[in-house]
Design a protein around this ligand. Sequence first.
Ligand code: NI
Length: 169
Amino acid sequence: MIYPIVKYGDPVLDKPAAAVTVFDAELKKLIEDMFESMYAAHGVGLAAPQIGIAKRIAVIDCSFKEDPTARMVIINPEIINKEGRQTHSEGCLSLPDFRENVTRAMKCTVRAQDVEGKWSETGGEELLARALQHETDHLNGKLFISHVSALKRDLIKRKIRKLQKLGEW
Ligand code: NI
């Protein structure tokens, strides 16, 4: 099932999501639906709040279907290490058509549970590190625009308010 993507302005994106405590068939189905919804929206990462579900689950595929081993599911993730810095243009499915340069750690390590509830450490660098940080932010109620200057953020918010008035958001 493909879920519609929740856009900026929906309060579900602004609050920390709840920890996952039940690892059952329903969770597996939700994760499959999250991958499907992410691909349908042409994204490389999706957090559950972005489909209106306030749970600490995110899916990532930086290869966008090219490499099946690149599919990653992080449940109840915590970033346990960050190294270096990188600055790149970043976007978000919940903020369509807005991109800004965001500085993040070049490498990061995350401790997370898998679909069976098993904990492990996973990590990456460059784009994958960026995705891990971006998606973990979502689960903490944070969007990438919180990492840009107040001036740029206000400009984006103003543009969105205009689009909302026009019924185009
Ligand atoms: Ni996002």
